[in-house]
Design a protein around this ligand. Structure first.
Ligand SMILES: [Zn+2]
Length: 462
């Protein structure tokens, strides 16, 4: 562990961040123990991903049970038991066992004999078995025998990152406490507290990046904080954090996002070229861009903007997410990024689907009384969208076969008048022309809006 991770390791239950349910349950168990003078349950299983406080909580429990004023949820912090609870080599009554290296039957047998020894100077001898899922089957059997009839002075805390690998027989003998990934906001707040205590100034936003890099682990976040403080000579600058963590400069994310929204392919290519020359990790860039785009989409959705804009943004985001796997598999990630972004940038030029359905063209439309058409479409126009036989056409259906099908169905005949003037047709025609001029857009439509393709085929059929 690094200096900060050790220094700010939780020492009382109140220090534990993001584990409210487990903290509350342990607190209650210790309150009951305080009232009765003895802990009711003698075996606990702490389960959760690494760095979420399992081993620290095991030590906190040992301290709470053995404090001279205990058992208590609020140990004094000054008695011998409290002081030595952080140093297992000075406290014979805290036995930490790494199951990964002591998984054999002999180890388990040795433990069976050892547990009957009375504590050296504390109330309880606390056995902390880390990564307990690594025990062999025979070792689990031996452990089960111990847990079935534990001596009154022994308390067991089993910790695991893989609870599914712990036998049910063991699980049925222990109280299980889940340890969850810590939300990034809580990690950030804790990092701010650490910086304040250490007299380190941090630029706004920089601690958020450090917290995110922790991926739910406080220990990893504190380790990263140590690194960026060292690199920044005692102050934390966002640019330095990004450099240290290999995070794409914020200005590039913002610039690419703006170019994408503006449909500016030249600017998009410029950003990609600059990122490529900096040796960016394209997968990280893609992830950050998708998150930034998602945030933009949320702000638009919450502002009550017209639905077709929300739909357009959703399609772009959908495209970004679809291309993520291509990016991971490609030996030319920059090309994948450029192609996907340029393709997505063209979406603003397409007619929004809701305009097609409502009959409101996105570009100046021919004068027509149908402009006043309410949300519900006249029957003969609706048939263009709803003839069931046309909807079932395979993607490769030709105009000819679609027309033949439509002839059998008979549903599209009313709408098959020569060149009908309708606001429905204007944006549709505009989309088709674009598709013919630009094959990339046709591909994009297939990718992101099956509905429009379907409408196009229907129209060909009629
Ligand atoms: Zn104490």
């Amino acid at each position: 562990m690094t200096t900060l991770a050790l220094k700010y390791r939780p020492r009382v239950l109140a220090d534990l961040v993001g584990q409210d349910a487990s903290v509350k349950a342990l607190n209650n168990a210790l309150l009951r123990a305080k009232a009765s003078g003895a802990i009711h349950h003698q075996a606990f299983l702490f389960a959760g991903v690494r760095g979420t406080g399992k081993t620290s909580t095991a030590r906190i429990l040992a301290r709470a049970l053995n404090c001279a004023e205990g058992p208590t949820p609020a140990p004094c912090g000054v008695c011998d038991a409290c002081v030595t609870s952080e140093q297992p080599d000075r406290n014979l009554d805290i036995v930490e066992i790494d199951a990964a290296s002591r998984a054999s039957v002999e180890d388990a047998r040795a433990l069976r004999e050892q547990v009957h020894t009375r504590p050296a100077f504390c109330r309880y001898r606390v056995y902390i078995i880390d990564e307990v899922h690594m025990l062999s089957r025979q070792a689990f059997d031996a452990l089960l025998k111990i847990l079935e009839e534990p001596p009154p002075h022994a308390v067991f805390v089993l910790a695991t990152t893989e609870i599914q690998d712990v036998p049910d027989t063991i699980k049925s003998r222990v109280q299980i406490f889940p340890f969850r990934l810590i939300p990034v906001g809580l990690i950030e707040a804790r990092l701010q507290h650490v910086c304040d205590s250490e007299g380190v100034s941090a630029e706004p936003g920089s601690l958020r990046l450090v917290a995110e890099a922790g991926q739910g682990s406080m220990r990893d976040a504190l380790t990263t904080l140590d690194r960026v403080i060292s690199a920044g000579d005692g102050q934390i600058l966002e640019s330095l954090v990004r450099e240290q963590l290999g995070i794409v400069p914020a200005i590039r994310i913002k610039g690419t996002l703006e170019s994408l929204l503006a449909g500016d392919s030249t600017a998009i290519l410029d950003h990609c070229a600059a990122l490529g020359s900096q040796g960016v990790d394209w997968t990280s860039f893609w992830k950050e861009l998708a998150i930034a785009f998602r945030d933009h989409l949320e702000s638009v959705a919450r502002s009550g903007t017209q639905p077709h804009e929300i739909l357009r943004l959703s399609r772009i985001l959908s495209l970004l997410l679809q291309r993520e796997r291509d990016l991971r598999d490609s030996s030319l990630p920059q090309v994948v990024v450029e192609l996907a972004l340029i393709t997505a940038a063209q979406l603003p030029h397409l007619a929004p689907l809701d305009a097609l359905v409502k009959g409101v063209p996105s570009s100046p439309a021919p004068q027509s009384s149908a402009m006043a058409t309410p949300r519900y479409q006249p029957a003969q126009e609706k048939t263009q969208f709803s003839a069931p036989t046309q909807r079932q056409l395979p993607p490769s259906a030709t105009v000819k076969s679609a027309a033949a099908d439509a002839g059998h169905a008979g549903a599209g005949t009313k709408a098959a008048a020569p060149a009908p003037i309708s606001p429905l047709n204007a944006p549709l025609r505009a989309s088709e022309e674009l598709i013919q001029q630009e094959p990339l857009l046709g591909r994009l439509l297939e990718d992101t809006s099956g509905e429009i393709i379907e409408i196009r085929k229907s129209r060909q059929g009629s």
